[in-house]
Design a protein around this ligand. Structure first.
Ligand code: FAD
Length: 470
């Protein structure tokens, strides 16, 4: 009995130790996780106490939480790649830093009860945005807007909207029993070949629509203008004629190479170097699109123009000099130079840091306000480090008043300083093509501007809701 009993005592002790260790590991992971959640809760409470809640409110798209459905599970607060857009307060999700939302929409997908929607900001913001139906149709029937021009940033949103919009057009044509268009009229004309236009064009090919894509510059849109080797952050997305694209981080060059391979395989035809100047709709319901090179006719028009438009200028003397630029692609082409970067957003800060890391450069960043307020958390840390290491000098409360061949006059709090200078980069944002949209009859305003998650996300949410009520 004893002989049989000793090993079984050992076995029991061994099992107890194993379970004990497992419980310890599980317990500490749980404690770590809960500490993370608590930190966010504490931050939200602190913000609320200081009266800061909503003070940094949304400027564009942001989550809208239906508190009657929110179950306080915290899934939304944990998935946001931008950090603390949302936090928990009194057991419910609330917006703490709405301005940080750039439309990933992961909170909408993560919410198990479908309590979150992505919506546009205030009615005043809506007034500056084109009216769009939930199918991305403008106030002109048959004319659609997709991608960033509609107000929602990010590559994955552009891709989702391009694909969904083309499915809407195909379904409408099928339902109306419309025969395929003839030689002189296209089913759909797509303007712009950024991520939204590329996705729409590929879906048009897949759905066997006759299409024409017109791009005034180069295929890839804003992505092709990112700085060299920029790391592109994205989310898994269903890419037409490719399938599920699961990478979440890749270089700009790799992303453009991938698109180029897919487009070649799909025999994508684009008229690049052609700009659309005006669009009118005839009494027969067919659009006439006038470009820099001629006219085209189409039953539907999809505008995927982006919001970058034309860069906003400073309007100061000397801005016409060749050394003044509005976009930086190759930071390593500039060494041993005196450089001024103007602006206080992420693009300005990233450019200043990129240039500051090149050999022999002296980089000054001029910003008209007294602090950076709307930049990504990781850029806050990186720019602080660059300032500490002397890579970038930041002058707040300053703005250029004149640009000269070899210097710049900077107004610093009312006092004019002359600093030596070889190059100036201005990052003052872009002027979106609102005048063009108004000219072609698109209405603006906060009408039906609720932007929901992608079609798949909506289906998933609906399924989850059904499971919860079952
Ligand atoms: C510096 C920077 C970094 C970014 N990083 C990321 C990131 O890491 N991850 C992410 O998801 N998003 C990122 N974004 C946002 C992302 O690039 C945009 O949301 C996305 O490119 C929008 O796609 P789009 O197709 O709507 O517009 P765009 O990419 O802007 O493409 C619009 C196209 O339309 C063309 N066009 C405009 N007018 C006309 C006309 N009249 N006739 C013909 N063609 C015309 C333009 O030439 C352009 O090619 C970043 C943006 C910037 C500026």
């Amino acid at each position: 009995m004893d002989q049989g009993g000793i090993p079984s005592v050992f076995n029991m002790v061994e099992t107890l130790i194993t379970w004990g260790l497992a419980a310890l590991v599980l317990g500490s992971s749980m404690a770590f996780y809960l500490r993370g959640l608590k930190k966010r809760d504490v931050r939200a409470k602190a913000a609320a106490e200081k009266g800061q809640l909503y003070s940094e409110g949304p400027k564009a798209q942001h989550p809208r939480i239906d508190v009657t459905y929110c179950i306080g599970c915290q899934s939304c607060t944990m998935v946001c790649p931008e950090g603390d857009v949302l936090a928990m307060l009194g057991g419910k999700a609330v917006i703490v830093n709405g301005y940080k939302c750039i439309g990933h929409g992961l909170c909408t997908e993560a919410c198990p009860v479908g309590a979150i929607k992505l919506v546009m900001a205030t009615p005043s913001m809506g007034a500056d945005m084109p009216y769009l139906s939930t199918e991305y149709e403008t106030s002109v029937p048959g004319m659609f807007i997709i991608g960033e021009l509609g107000g929602l940033a990010l590559i994955k949103n552009a891709v989702n909207q391009g694909r969904d919009c083309m499915d809407t057009i195909t379904a409408r044509m099928k339902a109306a029993g419309v025969a395929p268009a003839g030689q002189d009229v296209f089913d759909v004309l797509i303007v712009g070949a950024g991520p939204a236009g590329i996705s729409a064009s590929l879906r048009a090919i897949q759905n066997k629509l006759s299409y024409l894509t017109i791009e005034r510059d180069e295929v890839g849109g804003t992505v092709s203008k990112y700085p060299r080797q920029k790391l592109v952050m994205t989310s898994p997305v269903e890419f037409p004629m490719y399938g599920k694209f699961n990478k979440t981080e890749l270089s700009k060059e790799d992303l453009l190479k991938l698109w180029s391979t897919i487009l070649k395989r799909a025999d994508f035809k684009v008229r690049s170097g052609e700009s659309v100047d005006s669009i009118s709709k005839g009494e027969d319901g067919v659009f006439t699109v006038t470009t820099s090179k001629g006219q085209h006719r189409s039953r539907h028009v999809v505008l995927a123009l982006g919001r970058t438009g034309t860069p906003r200028k400073l309007g100061v003397k000397g801005e016409e000099l060749g050394k003044v630029m509005y976009r930086l692609i190759e930071a390593d082409h500039y060494i041993n130079k005196q450089i001024l970067v103007v602006g206080g957003g992420d693009s300005a800060i990233e450019a200043a840091m990129g240039l500051g890391h090149q050999r022999g450069n002296t980089v000054t960043l001029s910003y008209r306000k007294d602090a950076f307020s709307r930049i990504k958390e990781r850029n806050v840390k990186r720019i602080d480090e660059c300032i500490r290491n002397g890579k970038v000098q930041v002058i707040f409360n300053s703005q250029p008043v004149e640009i000269r061949e070899q210097s710049v006059l900077l107004d610093v709090g009312g006092e004019v300083r002359e600093i030596p200078n070889d190059y100036v980069w201005v990052f003052a944002g872009g002027i979106p093509p609102n005048d063009f949209l108004k000219k072609i009859g698109v209405s603006f305003g906060a009408q039906d501007i609720t932007l929901e998650a992608s079609k798949e996300a909506r289906l998933e949410i609906a399924a989850k809701k059904q499971m919860n009520t079952a």
